[in-house]
Design a protein around this ligand. Structure first.
Ligand SMILES: C[S@@+](CC[C@H](N)C(=O)[O-])C[C@H]1O[C@@H](n2cnc3c(N)ncnc32)[C@H](O)[C@@H]1O
Length: 286
């Protein structure tokens, strides 16, 4: 009987999809009601990758113009997306809050970090303005991407921001210490001529890409069910090169042959201003 119980536990552990490892170990049997279950891996995507690409390209295109940082690619960016109106140009130009303005304008909502609604849960992420319709790309999970075979031991010590994808790829979303140093170093390494391939500003209090705060989204509880879920997004080859400077992820290994792995958070229902975002740290894939 004891063996059967152990086997049940092992099977359950193996099928957990997203794991913030230390948190899961301590809370494995809490909030069982809020577990997200999916029947097939293919069905786990709430929104098509093309839809995620569309949202990101729209936002990043506006960010590119609003920051006035073109790294040699502004003209190319303008060729990609429609021209801004004069009013929009004025609204974004030189405004320190331009990231949030761009988000409100293009996606119809703003998100930001604030103290969590939950006691002892530290910082959380809230919808601060506008309205998030179900199925929107609400946030991105920033960090260094490690393939399943790459070493992460040192970086993972006392680090509650290591996120595990379904295929064993890990994303270290910590903005402190060795994790921070490694992200900056990999990001500098991967520059392509005049183009940056990733954004390091998520490591600061004011990320250029305002979606890049998904690592601060807290786990749901029985009182606050999940309103967002994680979804892997492999950046397609055709993603505009001049917009990659806003991607908050970078490969740990320079010679990674795989497309860059990002993780986005997608809304499970409509969310209104003032609500905190809650994800489910555990997803069971049957
Ligand atoms: C990925 S971090 C999320 C950001 C975190 N709130 C912070 O301020 O750094 C995961 C950690 O947040 C805390 N956390 C997340 N969800 C929680 C919850 N529902 N209740 C209490 N603490 C929570 C735990 O300390 C967990 O290890």
């Amino acid at each position: 009987m004891f063996r059967a119980a152990i086997e049940r536990l092992q099977n359950k552990w193996k099928s957990y999809r997203h794991r913030f490892v230390p948190w899961v170990v301590l809370n494995l049997f809490k909030n069982e009601k809020t577990l997200r279950q999916v029947t097939e891996r293919a069905k786990d995507k709430l929104v098509a990758d093309e839809e995620v690409s569309r949202s990101l390209v729209k936002l990043f295109g506006v960010l590119l113009r609003s920051h006035g940082v073109d790294h040699g690619g502004l003209r190319a960016a303008r060729a990609h997306s429609p021209k801004l109106t004069t009013r929009e140009e004025e609204q974004y130009g030189g405004d320190p809050a331009c990231g949030h303005n761009a988000m409100l304008q293009t996606l119809g909502f703003c998100i930001d970090r604030q103290p969590s609604t939950l006691p002892f849960a530290g910082t959380g992420v809230f919808v601060t303005k506008g309205f998030v319709p179900k199925g929107s790309t609400v946030a991105m999970y920033p960090g260094t991407v490690y393939q399943a075979h790459e070493p992460i031991l040192l970086q993972s010590i006392r680090n509650s921001f290591v996120f595990r994808c379904i295929d064993g790829v890990l994303i270290d979303g910590s903005d402190k210490g060795i994790s921070k140093m490694l992200f900056k170093s990999c990001s500098g390494r991967d520059r392509l001529g005049p183009f940056m391939m990733s954004d390091t500003s998520w490591l600061t209090a004011a990320p250029q890409n305002p979606l890049a705060v998904g690592q601060y989204v807290n786990n749901c509880s029985n009182e606050f069910p999940a309103n967002v879920c994680y979804q892997e997004y492999d950046v397609p080859h055709k993603f505009p090169i001049e917009l990659r400077q806003y991607l908050p992820n970078v490969n740990y290994s320079h010679d990674s042959q795989r497309p860059l792995r990002c993780v986005v958070l997608v809304s499970l229902r409509d969310i209104v201003a003032g609500e905190e975002l809650f994800s489910n740290y555990y997803t069971i894939v049957h």
